[in-house]
Every structure is written in structure tokens, then in C-alpha cells.
Design a protein around this ligand. Structure first.
Ligand code: F0G
Length: 501
């Protein structure tokens, strides 16, 4: 049965009763020393990593949430915050501490402790702490590469372009960075079952981390609307996989009722422990950039957990003095799954009207995004924007990323498609630095890629005619007899075409 959610009773007592001993000058420094000895820190009274839950709607502060992770006062979502970070006078942590943190995080790269080899737990001063005796469930997530995309930069009309490839995580999507934290807290709280509704990546990730952590997992996915690669992962990792005859939003509705009636721990991105892990991708990115803030970050938008998480990290890093300024974080949606874009354009972000979502980028086929208010705050705080892109623009951008030697799934390619539009609009200037967040690996959805290159991705759709523009990017496989001359003839044909360019 579930026990306490959030911090332990001992901690609650501490947080609720002000303690004069908490006024330390450099609290983060103290924690660094503590962590050097213990991968999972002891929660002492001076621990600035003590976290609490704050409702983003009414501001209510609690130490544990209900099963659905929604505020019982107003129904809004919770976010995790760290009262110890600001100190009693509301002061920011000093520069000196920021430098020590950066040094400590780098030092951990040469450590072999499981928590140090994780690209999430390496940044554990920025995360809620597990109770003593509880180890993180880790698959060495994070540690993802930052690639230059010269061809894509040219296509977008910018001088340089970088992509942080979150598809290089253990289950091949960014979900792993949040799953390691949330699954670890699920296990700490004694849950036997974890569950999620998913368009395929959350389920693949959850199934893996549940298996590693010795928990059962329940997956609700829309029947026939997720890629085979993702479905196969969930089966491989032993999840109880239910294909519901509905869409993603329908799966979410069913699961919300299930978690109210059964002792099941919800691992969708409404779970704030997921977002805390996911935010470390932004910290790792800034470390890779030697703490020099890029001008823009561009993120795909589905349920809007990832943009919320990355934005939270940016704001926290700014507040802790780890970075001097914020990048503009912009969110890109598919035209057929664009409730957030419409919310901002048509209602100034005041309300969000769910849409019936439809896009080939199945990962973001989401009509009623749970975290839209959190994402809106990020857009506003970072002066970012939103944009939507067509199916043809997504397919073309995915092929351009592929042509730079980097595979990604269609949902990730909306970032490049969106960047091109933002450059044309003048929102991104050619000389500005931009980082695309690629969220999933190219092998997640090979069917899309095969159909694209064979030229039948858009067959029978209303885009069939317009999709002819994609022909130059398509490389269909060539079937030949097992004959040397036939192969050499083919090679020469391509050679001639290359030299006449
Ligand atoms: N990119 C990929 C590859 C995804 O799988 C998702 C979401 C997103 C982008 C959008 O991220 O929801 O945080 O805005 N996939 C979820 C899933 C919904 O169930 O796998 P978001």
C-alpha cells in the first residue's frame, strides 16, 4: 500500500516548524560536501534540497499530493520547490556556491558511483532527495550529446545550429530523465504498481524503470496510434499493456479514474517528480555550453511537460546564479495538434480549448495538454513564442536532420520546422545561437521514415499533391539483381548527378 507521498514525516515536522539552525550562509556548499560522501544525501535539518509541493493555481503548499497529483483546493497541478534555496531573507545563493556546484558536477564525471554516472542524479542538488537507504533506479540516463547541424543551419538560414539529442537516452527518448526520479520516488513510497497513459515513449520508459525497480507497470495506449517500436519496448520490459480504443486524451481520462480507485502511482508528466528529472537536460546542456546561455531553445510541444521542465531549470539556474541570462524558450506543435498555439493566439493564454488531435508525429498527437499553464509561464518568463508546423514541413525537417547524420523521430523534427518559420518571421536572427531539443531516437518510428523515402507517406491524404516537393529529399531503396555491373552502374548514376550539381 502507498505510504507517505513526498517528504518523510520527520522532514515534514522540520519544514512545518521553523528551525533557527537553518540559517546557514552557503547551504548548497554544505550539501555538496555531504553528497560527496553519500550518493543519496541524508536529509539533515540544514539540507536545502528539502522539497515541497506548491499548487500553480492557488499557491497551496503541501507535502504530499493525492493520487492524481492535482490540488484538492482548485484542481491545478503541483510543482516542486525548494524553500531552502532562497534562505529566510529571500537571498539568492552566492556566486561562490554556483562555482562550487559546477565544479562538483564536473568532478562526478570521473566517478563510478551509479548516482554519479547518471546524467540526472549527477545534478542532485537540484532534485528532491530520496530518504536514507533508498537508491535511485537508474539506467545511466542523461549524458546525451550536443550535435552541430550544419546542413540544417543552412536550411534554416542561421549561422550555426546545435541539437541536444535526448533520444540518446537508455530507452531512446527524453522520458528517461524524468522516469528515473519519479520511479525512484514511487518505489520509496512502497508502490507495487506504476501506470501511465502514453503516446508510446513514456510507456516504454516507465516499463523499463519499473522493471529495473522491481515494480509492476500498467500502460494505457491508444490502439493503433503509436509506433511499433515503442509498443514493442513496453512489451519487452514486461508492462501490462492495454491498447484502448480511444486517443491519448481518452487514455488519460481512464487512467485518472483508475488511480483514484487503486493504489497505483501515476507516472504521467502531471507527476512533478518527473519534471524535476527532466529539467536536468537543460542543466546538462548549459554545462556543455560552458554555462554560456544560447539565444534560443526550441522544444516540441505535446502534453507540455518537457517545455515546462526545461523552463523550470532555466529559471532556477538563473536564480541560483548558475547562468547570467535566460534563453528564449519556444514551443512548436504540429498544426493538427495545436491546442497550445491556439490558446495563446486566440485566447491570449487565458484558456485552452482541447482539440481533436491528428498528426503523423504520433508522439505529440495530444489535444488536451495537461501542463499548458506551466508551459505558458515558461514562454512568458523567457520571452519565447509558439509556432505550428504542417505535416509536410515536419517530414522535410526530419529528412534534413537525417541528412546531417542525426536520426530523430518526427515529433522531434518539429523543432527544425519551427525554427525555419521563426527565422523567416525575424524572431530568430541569423547570427543568434539556437539549440533544438531532439526528444526521440530515429529508430522509434522507422515506419514513418520508410514511407517517407518510398514516397508513400502522404498517399491518399489531402497533402498528397503538395508532398511532391519532398521528392528531392527522398532516398528510396533500390532493388537490383545480384550483379556487379548493376551496382556499379547505379553508383555512376549518382556520381554524375552529384557532379552536375
Ligand atoms: N517528443 C517526443 C518524442 C515525445 O514522446 C513527446 C511526448 C513529446 C515530444 C512532447 O513532450 O508531452 O512533454 O510536451 N510524449 C508523451 C508520451 C506524451 O506519452 O510518450 P511533452
Amino acid at each position: 500500500m502507498p505510504r507517505d507521498r513526498g517528504i518523510s514525516r520527520r522532514l515534514k515536522a522540520f519544514v512545518l516548524k521553523p528551525n533557527p539552525q537553518r540559517t546557514i550562509r552557503n547551504p548548497l556548499l554544505l550539501v555538496i560536501l555531504n553528497y560527496r560522501m553519500n550518493p543519496v544525501a541524508d536529509k539533515t535539518k540544514t539540507d536545502p534540497c528539502i522539497s515541497r509541493l506548491r499548487c500553480i493555481g492557488c499557491g497551496a503548499i503541501v507535502d504530499h499530493a493525492d493520487q492524481d497529483f492535482r490540488c484538492s483546493n482548485c484542481g491545478d497541478l503541483f510543482e516542486i520547490f525548494y524553500p531552502g534555496w532562497t534562505g529566510s531573507a529571500g537571498t539568492r545563493v552566492a556566486e561562490h556556491d554556483a562555482a562550487s556546484l559546477k565544479k562538483s558536477w564536473l568532478e562526478r564525471k570521473s566517478s563510478f558511483l551509479p548516482a554519479d554516472t547518471s546524467g540526472v542524479w549527477r545534478f542532485r542538488e537540484m532534485l528532491p532527495t530520496l530518504n536514507p537507504g533508498h537508491k535511485p533506479i537508474t539506467l545511466r540516463e542523461g549524458n546525451t550529446p550536443l550535435h552541430e547541424l550544419p546542413g540544417c543551419a543552412r536550411a534554416a538560414g542561421v549561422d550555426t545550429l546545435l541539437a541536444k539529442h535526448q533520444g540518446m537516452n537508455p530507452t531512446a527518448s527524453f522520458k528517461d530523465t524524468g522516469m528515473t526520479t519519479a520511479a525512484s520516488f514511487a518505489r520509496q513510497e512502497g508502490f507495487h504498481w506504476v501506470a501511465c497513459a502514453s503516446t508510446g515513449n513514456t510507456s516504454a520508459s516507465m516499463a523499463a524503470y519499473a522493471a529495473r525497480g522491481g515494480m509492476r507497470s500498467l500502460v494505457l495506449i491508444p490502439e493503433g496510434k503509436i509506433s511499433w517500436g515503442k509498443l514493442s519496448q513496453s512489451l519487452d520490459f514486461g508492462a501490462v499493456t492495454c491498447q484502448l480504443r480511444t486517443d491519448f486524451d481518452g487514455c488519460v481520462k481512464v487512467l485518472n479514474e483508475v488511480v483514484k480507485r487503486m493504489p497505483v502511482y501515476l507516472l504521467n508528466s502531471v507527476n512533478p517528480y518527473r519534471l524535476e528529472g527532466q529539467k536536468t537536460a537543460a542543466i546538462e546542456l548549459l554545462e556543455q555550453l560552458a554555462w554560456q546561455t544560447p539565444d534560443h531553445m526550441i522544444v516540441p510541444g505535446g502534453n507540455l511537460g518537457n517545455s515546462s521542465a526545461l523552463g523550470k531549470a532555466l529559471l532556477e539556474m538563473r536564480d541560483l546564479g548558475l547562468i547570467a541570462r535566460l534563453p528564449k524558450l519556444s514551443v512548436i506543435q504540429a498544426e493538427g495538434a495545436n491546442p497550445f498555439v491556439r490558446s495563446i493566439r486566440e485566447h491570449g493564454g487565458k484558456t485552452l480549448t482541447p482539440v481533436q488531435a491528428d498528426t503523423f508525429a504520433t508522439a505529440i498527437r495530444i489535444g488536451n495538454p495537461a501542463s499548458w499553464k506551466k508551459a505558458l509561464r515558461v514562454i512568458e518568463a523567457t520571452a519565447g513564442t509558439v509556432e505550428q508546423v504542417s505535416e509536410i514541413e515536419i517530414a522535410s525537417a526530419k529528412a534534413e536532420i537525417g541528412a546531417d547524420g542525426v536520426g530523430c523521430e518526427p515529433a522531434s523534427a518539429v523543432t527544425l520546422a519551427g525554427l525555419k518559420k521563426l527565422v523567416r518571421q525575424g524572431f530568430v536572427k541569423p547570427g543568434e545561437s539556437t539549440v533544438l531539443i531532439l526528444t526521440g531516437h530515429g529508430l522509434k518510428d522507422p515506419e514513418f521514415t520508410l514511407k517517407f523515402h518510398r514516397g508513400d507517406l502522404f498517399a491518399g491524404t489531402r497533402d498528397e499533391e503538395d508532398a511532391r516537393v519532398l521528392a528531392a529529399q527522398q532516398h528510396a531503396p533500390i532493388v537490383l539483381n545480384a550483379n556487379v555491373d548493376a551496382v556499379i552502374h547505379t553508383l555512376k548514376q549518382f556520381d554524375r548527378a552529384d557532379s552536375s550539381r
